[in-house]
Write a protein of this length. Structure first.
Length: 396
């Protein structure tokens, strides 16, 4: 059972400290590839993966790196991109928008023909001008804010947008939970969180519900006592909490510990380990996401078997795995259809993608480079584990 290949870090002290370990692990991977029956093309071409390797989001993207390793090995084993093996360039966002911008500048300087990432909407928005100026196609696996792809013809996504995710959460709260009074608590530091909160408020209100209070907190918050004291006075039937795993989990844990009894409803960023921070307090909570591990989709069944063969029976429980894998395989498919390594022509081929069969569903891009027709999945935390609850399809 192997560990994920370490990233090539850039521009941060932590990366320099890990340089020797990175070098050793790269050599190990090269030995693995050269020692197998894998086809190694004579020439190579650079593809970037932009992730958080340091900072508050450092642990979040580890599943994405495992998926990246699987996808790149599979592509190289099959002959690479038009006969060129993929040389992966990894860059660290340092978990900040500024770090993401610097990472984008770095990978552009390295001469990559495509970028996979970043994984947060605020990071992608910071990268977008750099990517647009360089005219390099970029596919984000998990950045859901609708603004991410607007105005940049080189930026694509393989996940649903927050506009649909917010509507799905509001519909679930109003129709399935039959809630009429909701509180919304948003991480004011993240575009993803505030935008998703706004969509929920608009749609829940339109469905006849009442948002009795909207509160905000900063992304590095760990003590939510004052916020929770205010929330308790509103006695909400449901609390929509579109935060990341760390802050959402701590908030839920403290809320239940203080005697608050309500239904907590989150979004796809909970997929990044919210249970690690919430603990048993998470029981009965729901969250929306793009995929679930036991999906019967052929692409998912195939990827699950590969992942478990490489990394063991546990760990295939994060949406980044199929979405990152899909983004890389989609890029390879576009290169094949374009018949060239020219980034402009690869971008054009990506735009023309229709019914690409991925592990997380079929991908056909609309004019804003968003996948159309994908379901939002609702998961419920029951008996200490996330379980599939229902799928919500987009309207006509």
């Amino acid at each position: 059972m192997r560990e994920p290949r370490s990233a090539r870090l850039h521009g941060h002290p932590e990366g320099e400290m890990k340089a020797s370990r990175v070098h050793c692990r790269i050599l190990s991977l090269m030995a693995l590839l050269l020692g197998s029956s894998t086809f190694m093309a004579a020439d190579s071409v650079k593809l970037a993966i932009v992730v958080a390797k340091t900072g508050i989001g450092a642990d979040e993207n580890l599943p994405a790196l495992k998926a990246t390793e699987l996808a790149v090995e599979e592509i190289n084993r099959a002959g690479g991109l038009l006969g060129n093996s993929i040389e992966l360039v990894e860059a660290d966002t340092a978990s900040t928008p500024l770090g993401a911008k610097k990472a984008a500048e770095y990978v552009v300087q390295q001469g990559v023909i495509g970028v996979i990432g970043a994984f947060r909407s605020s990071h992608c928005l910071a990268m977008s001008p750099v990517i647009a100026a360089a005219r390099i196609p970029m596919i984000t696996p998990t950045a859901t804010n609708p603004e991410v792809t607007l105005g940049n013809e080189f930026l694509f996504r393989v996940c649903c947008t927050d506009e649909f995710q917010g509507k799905a959460a509001a519909s679930f709260a109003a129709k399935n939970l039959r809630a009429s009074r909701a509180v919304v608590l948003a991480n004011a530091s993240e575009t993803y969180c505030t935008a998703l909160a706004g969509y929920f408020v608009t749609d829940f209100t339109a469905m006849g519900g009442k948002v009795v209070w909207t509160g905000e907190y900063q992304g590095n918050a760990t003590d939510f006592k004052a916020l929770l004291e205010t929330m308790k006075t509103y006695n909400p039937e449901v609390v929509f909490l579109p935060g990341y795993a760390h802050d959402s989990g701590l908030l839920i844990n403290q809320a239940v510990g203080s005697g608050i009894r309500t239904v907590f409803l989150g979004a796809d960023a909970w997929d990044w380990g919210v249970d690690q921070f919430a603990g048993p307090a998470l029981e009965g909570a729901f969250h929306s996401t793009h995929w679930y591990a036991d999906s019967a989709l052929p692409g998912n069944v195939k990827l699950k078997a590969k992942f478990q063969k490489s990394y063991g029976p546990n760990g295939y429980n994060d949406m980044q795995i199929p979405l990152t894998y899909d983004a890389i395989m989609l890029f390879a498919d576009a290169v094949k259809r374009a018949g060239t390594l020219n980034p402009d022509k690869i971008r054009a081929a990506l735009q023309q993608t229709k019914a690409f069969k991925g592990a997380a569903g079929s991908i056909t891009f609309d004019r804003n480079r968003n996948p159309v027709g994908k379901d939002v999945i609702l998961m419920r935390f029951q008996n200490g584990a996330w379980r599939y609850y229902k799928s919500i399809s987009p309207g006509p």
